[in-house]
Write a protein that binds this ligand. Structure first.
Ligand code: F6R
Length: 608
């Protein structure tokens, strides 16, 4: 959720800390701060709002400290004010924190009774005071951190620096990710390898419960029982990806345009194109033929990818699928049978609710197959098998290329299951593979519709509500369209199953309500056409997203037609995702919204 950085450098580090934080800004961006040790004393600079505010303050009064920590915040406790921004500090230490300290109230009372004075509304400040209290009782910094960690409940990552210690940085991981970077006589700490990519590609990951003591000579790791452990640095690929917008105005647009490439790359990982067969690059953790039921869980856009996957697993593999959003699944006490499979979908691989559901399913004896974009993520590491989406780092907060890559992987898995279960013949498999192989090219064709979509967005930008309709796999895609529009343009939107319209939402329709209908020529096309006519009969402003001839088939007046290329029916959602994304993007741009960093959101949701 928040982003953490720590640097033990040879030169003043504050600007390098900010540089690394820029790469973490996708995790949260309502305030930011840096602390360094200067002349033995802790010096802090913090600012409300985006990193450029912090950068400006640091330029006016640069820090000289060679050890420092920094933080970009997405508020959980307390408003996003400068006073609540991290690092939090006492006269002894400064700390940055990602996650939630669940027992902070008790600790706050206990420490207040001992004389600690709290100046912020955050849970983080208790960590600063707890470790300070232990130091005042005579413990050295590392002993104090070791003694404090077992007292903290919740999922979090921490980074500390200490007054009078120019060669010490301590990090700890309980449920939120933390990476250690190795430089030449310099050491780094970061929420992910991407943050550290400008400085080093030698990265070690803390395991769950670990804490680490860094000096310029290296790192000493301890597990949660304080036993010394080895965590070997590996060569990270994070630097191989260009983390800039290229010639695009926003990361989101760049990522939309990367889809032909990343969907193709992902497909190549799962499909033997010449043989017309799926070739999974890992051993399936279960025998597909023995499964009686498949569970899928995820949050947000990843959940909607899972919803589309449900249609594919049921149709192509005759496998009953139960799918639920992770924040519900984890607390539902759903009975799960031993030996069955749960598929977990997550771009970041760190989403707290998704991870908790994974752990619940595991405790019920389920095998876990995760569809993730970050191979080193916690979800990947706790899974029995990992199906990677090769989307590369996704920086725009609104998920786009990760979604289409998730769909690509789920389609491949459904075909693999269908083949193994004897539902699909070799010919049908080859036909489906051909349809998948066509998707990157069709996505590229769909991208050519950007101009008419941009033009149509001027009308949508005036709406206060928008309805998206679809049937079959276009139904979850309609919900994805509504989610995209809500999150970046702040226009209220709903995605509905077109057949459900007459059971309530049809009452909303009048000439002020744009209704975006997703109508690929698939198994549900004719039915969708009838629904378009129902909307038209009530004066709704229709935007018809369908193939050549769809408009004639509907025979109604529309606000706009988005004429898509002819797409093979089974996997139309992968291609129809493109107009859905472009509609949201351009509407938000017309409205002057911050597309890459919409208000109140964070890229990686590591709190529940
Ligand atoms: C929407 C979006 C979110 C994420 C959700 C899950 O555009 O990005 O809804 O899909 O927070 O995140 P991951 O996939 O990282 O588990």
């Amino acid at each position: 959720m928040c982003g953490i950085v720590g640097i033990l450098g040879k030169e003043p580090v504050a600007f390098d800390v900010v540089e690394a934080l820029k790469r973490l800004e996708y995790r949260g961006y309502d305030s930011a701060g840096v602390a360094t040790i200067e002349g033995g004393e802790i010096r802090r600079t913090r600012a409300e709002g985006k990193l450029k505010n912090l950068d400006g303050k640091l330029r006016e009064a640069p820090h000289q400290g060679r050890v420092g920590i920094g933080h970009t915040r997405w508020a959980t406790h307390g408003r996003p004010t400068e006073n609540n921004a991290h690092p939090h500090a006492t006269d002894r230490l400064a700390v940055v924190h990602n996650g939630i300290i669940e027992n902070f109230r008790e600790l706050r009372e206990e420490l207040t009774a001992k004389g600690a004075v709290f100046v912020s509304q955050t849970d983080t400040e208790v960590v600063a005071h707890l470790v300070t209290d232990l130091m005042k009782s005579g413990l050295a910094p590392r002993e104090a951190v070791a003694a404090a960690l077992p007292r903290l409940h919740g999922a979090f990552a921490l980074g500390f620096i200490f007054g009078g210690e120019d060669n010490l940085l301590i990090g700890a991981r309980r449920g939120a990710p933390l990476a250690v970077g190795y430089g030449e006589g310099e050491m780094y700490l970061g929420s992910d390898a991407l943050a550290l990519a400008p400085f080093t590609d030698r990265i070690a990951y803390l395991e769950e419960g670990d804490w680490v003591v860094l000096t310029r000579d290296g790192a000493q790791y301890f597990d949660e029982t304080n036993t010394p452990v080895t965590r070997k640095p590996q060569k990270s690929q994070a630097g191989a990806y260009l983390v800039d917008k290229g010639n695009h105005r926003h990361f989101m647009l760049k990522e939309i345009y990367e889809q032909p490439e990343v969907v193709g790359r992902t497909l190549a990982h799962y499909v033997d194109m010449s043989a017309g067969k799926v070739q999974l690059p890992f051993d399936a953790p279960v025998d597909w033929t023995k499964l009686t039921r498949l569970s899928i869980t995820a949050c947000g856009t990843a959940f909607l990818a899972g919803q589309i996957g449900k249609y594919w697993f049921e149709r192509l593999a005759k496998l009953p699928v139960e799918i639920d959003i992770a924040s519900e699944f984890r607390y539902r006490d759903a009975p799960l049978d031993d030996g069955q499979l749960m598929i977990v979908v997550s771009q970041s691989g760190e989403t707290a609710d998704t991870l908790a559901t994974l752990r619940y399913a595991k405790s019920c004896g389920n095998k876990i197959l995760s569809v993730v974009n970050v191979p080193t993520s916690t979800i990947a590491r706790e899974s029995d098998a990992v199906a990677l989406t090769l989307a590369g780092p996704e920086i725009g907060v609104a998920s786009t290329k990760a979604f289409t890559c998730q769909l690509t992987v789920l389609a491949s898995l459904a075909i693999a299951a269908g083949r193994a279960r004897g539902v699909l013949s070799a010919e049908r498999e080859a036909e489906l593979i051909n349809a998948l192989i066509a998707t990157p090219g069709l996505i590229a064709d769909a991208l050519k519709l950007e101009e008419p979509i941009a033009a149509l967005s001027h009308s949508l930008a005036k709406a206060s509500d928008v309805l998206y309709l679809g049937r079959g796999t276009s139904y979850p895609l309609a919900m994805e369209g509504a989610l995209k529009l809500k999150e970046i343009s702040y226009i209220h939107a709903e995605g509905y199953a077109a057949g459900e319209l007459k059971h309530g939402p049809i009452a909303l329709i009048d000439e002020t309500l744009p209704v975006i209908v997703l109508a690929p020529r698939d198994h549900w096309f004719e039915k969708t056409v009838s629904n378009v006519q129902e909307v038209a009969a009530r004066g709704g402003e229709i935007v018809l997203v369908g193939p050549q001839g769809a408009s004639e088939a509907c025979a109604v007046a529309t606000l706009a037609d988005v004429t898509m290329p002819e797409v093979p029916p089974d996997f139309s959602a992968i291609v129809y995702a493109v107009p859905v994304q472009l509609i949201a993007y351009h509407t938000a741009v017309v409205m002057g919204k911050d597309v890459d960093q919409p208000r109140n959101l964070a890229k990686s949701v590591t709190v529940e």
